[in-house]
Design a protein around this ligand. Structure first.
Ligand code: NAP
Length: 284
């Protein structure tokens, strides 16, 4: 089988180009640009790299970007004060709390403190609830980016069997909600799922968000399935996904590579959500 390699990099660049144009039009019309604030606590190296690339993409789209760097010793109260200020800052339309937070800080309390109207990560309970009840909300960026990839590649979901491996609040759960809303029949799997390969082989669309390098082999995949790989793992000094990409190529009909698959879409959706927040604010 000649698998289609889903080019997340190209789609992300296309989306970013569209957003750049809309930001420039908004600037000409309203004299303002969307602003995004990223709160980074501590000095986790991976988080610093993610935050730097988010800033680069936002700035390249013409947005205002602010990074608030706080020491790992910051108290929950101090962090809440920073968020409160951002909630009231009229130049900031998107607030992002870079995860993970230090252990002494309750992430759920912090994420709930972000105004749901500026919650461009879609992690506030109000936005989570709206996603499940089908109301308009901010949707977490990685699953939103995956839906965009499926749409761009004309992959029909109606009535299809979709299996999602992973049940995190960031990827797995919102992914399954979006697939369900798109009329797929959805199964969610996790580390306690029995007979995982058998369950996965029922999938027309298999979304993997596990964090285990190259775990998904041909055993898990039905011939002709679409595999979407959100995983980012480091193996022998190289980045790879949760799917055994090379070995799946002759079994699947389409697959995302890692890197250049889902990853670039996540940041593109972040600036898309920030633009959405800006436009809603300007209209209200
Ligand atoms: P997470 O919170 O660690 O969740 C991992 C999920 O995988 C859990 O639900 C876990 O099950 C399940 N799991 C672990 N081992 C398993 C196994 N052997 N069999 C079946 N299920 C298993 O991770 P996450 O935040 O969702 O991230 C998942 C991956 O996506 C990571 O590699 C992460 O780096 C990547 N990621 C990428 C992006 C992007 O922009 N592309 C964004 C976010 C995350 P339990 O719930 O039972 O523990």
């Amino acid at each position: 089988m000649n698998a289609v390699i889903i080019d997340g990099q190209a789609i992300a660049l296309k989306v970013r180009g569209e957003i750049t144009k809309l930001v420039s039009e908004a600037k000409a019309r309203y004299g303002e640009v969307p602003g995004i604030a990223v709160v980074l606590v501590g000095d986790d190296v991976a988080s610093q790299i993610y935050v730097a690339s988010k800033e680069k993409v936002a700035v390249s789209a013409g947005m205002r970007s602010v990074i608030l760097r706080l020491p790992a010793s910051v108290s929950e109260k101090e962090l809440l004060t920073v968020i409160e200020k951002l909630n009231y800052d009229t130049k900031i339309h998107g607030i992002l709390i870079q995860l993970p937070l230090p252990e002494h800080i309750n992430a759920a309390v912090i994420l709930s403190a972000v105004s749901p109207l500026k919650d461009v990560d879609g992690f506030h309970p109000q936005n989570v609830g709206k996603l499940y009840t089908g109301e308009k909300s901010f949707v977490p960026c990685t699953p939103l980016g995956i839906m965009k990839l499926l749409k761009e590649y004309g992959i029909n979901l109606v009535g299809k069997r979709a299996v999602v491996i992973g049940r995190s609040n960031i990827v797995g759960k919102p992914m399954s909600a979006l697939l369900l809303t798109a009329d797929a029949t959805v199964t969610i799997c996790h580390s306690k799922t029995k007979d995982l390969p058998d369950v996965c082989r029922e999938a027309d669309i298999l979304v993997v968000a596990i964090g285990k390098a190259r775990m998904i082999t041909k055993d898990y995949v039905r011939d002709g399935a679409v595999v979407i790989d959100a995983g980012i793992n480091r193996l022998n000094g190289r980045i790879c996904g949760d799917a055994d990409f090379e070995n799946l190529l002759d079994a699947v009909s389409a697959i995302t590579p890692v890197p250049k698959g889902v990853g670039p879409m996540t940041i593109a959706m972040l600036i898309s959500n920030t633009l959405q927040s800006f436009m809603e604010n300007i209209k209200s």
